[in-house]
Design a protein around this ligand. Sequence first.
Ligand SMILES: C[S@@+](CC[C@H](N)C(=O)[O-])C[C@H]1O[C@@H](n2cnc3c(N)ncnc32)[C@H](O)[C@@H]1O
Length: 504
Amino acid sequence: METESHSDVTPYDEVAYPCRAHQQTHPDLLATLGRLFGMQPAPVDHCSVLEIGCGDGTNLIPMAYSLPGSRFLGFDLAGLPVAQGCSVVQKLGLANVTLSRQDLMGFALDSGPFDYIIAHGFYSWVPLQLRDRVLEACRATLSPHGIAYISYNCYPGGYLRRMLREMMRFHVQRAPDPATKIGQAKALLGFLADAPVRTDEYHQILKKEWAQIQQRDAGGFYHDDLAEVNQPVYFHQFVEHAGRHGLQFLAEAEYFMMQDRDLTQEARQALEGLESDRLLREQYLDFIRFRRFRQTLLCREEVPLRSGPDPAVVPHLRAASSARVQAAETGADPAAPVNYCNESGGVMTCGDAASKAVLKSLTEAWPHSLVFRDLAERVGEAIPAASPQESESLTVRVLLSGYGLGMVELRTFEPLLAFDAGCRPVCSPVARLQLSTRDVVTNLRHASVGFQGETMRRLVPLMDGTLDRAELAVRLRQINPDAESIDLILDELIRLALLLPSAG
Ligand SMILES: C[S@@+](CC[C@H](N)C(=O)[O-])C[C@H]1O[C@@H](n2cnc3c(N)ncnc32)[C@H](O)[C@@H]1O
């Protein structure tokens, strides 16, 4: 790292941004959507990835750890987070990831090609010149079947945030430092929300926003809500901007957000009229949902794309599901529909034998994924009268339906994950290191896992393969005599996708 002069200090050096891993930016998720919509993206275990505005590398480093055959480059204007990230890279001994301090304006446009480009929390947060540059950089450095992920705040939901932001920025304009600004802005919002004796619609909205903001990290609140630049755009404006740079809309990173199953029959029928214009359909979905944030995937404009997912690709993908049977359903009549629910509150009702067989197999296998052939076989066993072709097409239908509900993950790649804890359990080195500074870690499927209690925070770092189960049990009793058994804890760590296959 170069030594910085005072003038180099950016707001992100002064107030830390709460960087974390974003599963929806993972190249495997991008590759899956690319394949479903007709692309031939690079295999994720041999690809090149660029992250623009990578902060301290919390998103990129776990990807580099789990994909040792791929190459990762991240840069950010702020020196301090980059230096912290470099120290993590060094501690983990990763040779396939480079983090550097760099202004996007000076980034060489012949640096590519990159198979995947990530710019999370960047586009809306920077001035117009940089918004242009991020798209210019994507066009210049994306490989022919490369995919760019760009997130941004959007309208119409962005108007609500903008209203609060303008009031808060007015209120804190003379505050001398970031801490005072954060304190004063929160105080204003609380005051406004609680001021009137009778709560009208406006104050109901304020109360809801105030409740959310109270939960937020101070750094995130400062940079997202009080920063000088935070410019939402309509989806159609973003797509038009991308088009000017030779890029086209591929899909939303969260595929379930492109679906309309949460809408009334009338609304779905109206949207059906827009099936031929998927961009218009997306825009109207935003109007309906008062959407405020998007995570859009782009590719080169010359790549031929399908208008919907290709069912023929599904048999070449892996599938996984962390859903659970709704508690009240267990033990019910075997012929009755089974409801599966996920952590975000989504529900998938499985009424037929094929969907029951698929979801049962997937949820039992979690955190591991299954290949399509295994799932089609289970469907065949559940419906003996079905031919192999019928079992396969039923399996495709269930998987696409579950994927659209956010209940089933489709993937091209399986990370190394423990089936059992083995004699000397090994927890992901990334998570072990992260636990020394934070209580939210990144698991081996690139999802965030929170640890509340001291017990896990102290126990997990000991799981480096040097202690056996008995020794870990002793340490556990020393840390917390009332803790549950080591076996239960290890089972939970497997389910959380935090344990590596052990040698012993
Ligand atoms: C809202 S933060 C997002 C950080 C990270 N991507 C995340 O989502 O956690 C925006 C990041 O963009 C970086 N940034 C702003 N202007 C930049 C520029 N001109 N070149 C490179 N990075 C820049 C900031 O330093 C900051 O780390």
